[in-house]
Design a protein. Structure first.
Length: 308
């Protein structure tokens, strides 16, 4: 589905990932972008709102009637609203309500409104813990409530596509970082450096992940919607592997800090590697992520500095 001239709804569109998707939609010429969020603040959406083509709507994915109202006239859906990993761990019932029941409600409202295509923000957590480099055929074996809830979201979308013919793409994000993120390793380490405190490394720092910039995540969303592909899953990652120790080292160097990291014992259940192959994304979307780790980390440093 082409972006220019069409109307889109972004659930969770005022949040970290969602707001970057909104920005890309505006630049790509969407006629209107409806942002549905539990707390639709304009904090992350200043430039997008200035376009006059973005509309903020307050709403809970648990409120099916409200969803029916905001979906009217929408051509495409980006479902990015989510209860994050740590919140899911602390409150599994709320995880069920938001990530499972809420996702069903969103899909059902999209079906009723005649939405033509859905792009779903899933996560590498669906694979569980593995030392393998995962491609999209890797078994789904989530070990967290969050990961399990994302598997449900994927399964619901497969069923919806089969039953109604609606087009869809599932995006399994690797370890996302970037401007507007309030938590996560990169932001937590940077906060400590800026406060003059030594960054904390658990274990020996060799745990490694695929760190992918939120700008590349947003671009993958737009390309997935605009493509003719449907009924497919993509790992969305940078295609590189970086250790926790290296992330800390990069941030110390880029900020010019002389602090030394502090090492602490790793939790017994700590994850030591999660890296996915992005080969399918590169081949079928005909695009590669644009932000290497230094470039991406600089955007976070600059954003935090500008935010005061």
């Amino acid at each position: 589905m082409q972006i220019q001239g069409n109307r889109f709804l972004v659930t969770g569109g005022a949040g970290f990932v969602g707001s970057h998707i909104v920005d890309r939609l505006v630049v790509a010429g969407a006629s209107e972008v409806v942002v549905l969020d539990l707390d639709p603040r304009d904090t992350h959406l200043g430039d997008a709102l200035a376009s006059g083509r973005v509309r903020l709507e307050a709403g809970d994915v648990g409120d099916r009637d409200r969803l029916g109202q905001v979906f009217a006239g929408v051509d495409g859906l980006f479902h990015a609203a989510v209860l994050p990993l740590n919140n899911c761990t602390q409150d599994p019932r709320r995880c069920l309500e938001v990530n499972v029941d809420g996702t069903f409600n969103v899909y059902d409202a999209a079906r009723e409104a005649g939405v033509k295509k859905i792009v779903f923000s899933s996560a590498s957590s669906v694979y569980g813990d593995t030392n393998s480099t995962m491609d999209e055929s890797h078994p789904l074996a989530a070990r967290t409530w969050y990961g399990a809830s994302k598997i449900c979201g994927e399964a619901f979308l497969h069923a919806l596509g089969e039953q109604t013919g609606i087009e869809y793409v599932i995006l399994r994000y690797m370890n996302v970082y970037g401007p507007r993120q309030e938590a996560g390793l990169v932001r937590l380490v940077l906060n400590r450096i800026n406060s003059g405190e030594p960054p904390i490394i658990t274990g020996d720092g060799s745990a490694s992940f695929d760190f992918v910039h939120v700008g590349d995540i947003a671009e993958a969303n737009i390309r997935s919607m605009a493509s003719e592909l449907t009924g497919i899953e993509f790992n969305i990652g940078s295609g590189t592997e970086v250790s926790v120790k290296d992330i800390v080292g990069h941030l110390l160097r880029l900020t010019g800090s002389e602090l030394e990291p502090e090492y602490r014992p790793a939790p017994q259940a700590a994850m030591f590697r999660r890296v996915g192959s992005n080969k399918r994304m590169v081949e079928l979307l005909e695009w590669e992520p644009e932000n290497d780790i230094d470039t991406g980390l600089r955007t976070v440093i600059d954003y935090v500095a500008a935010s005061g």
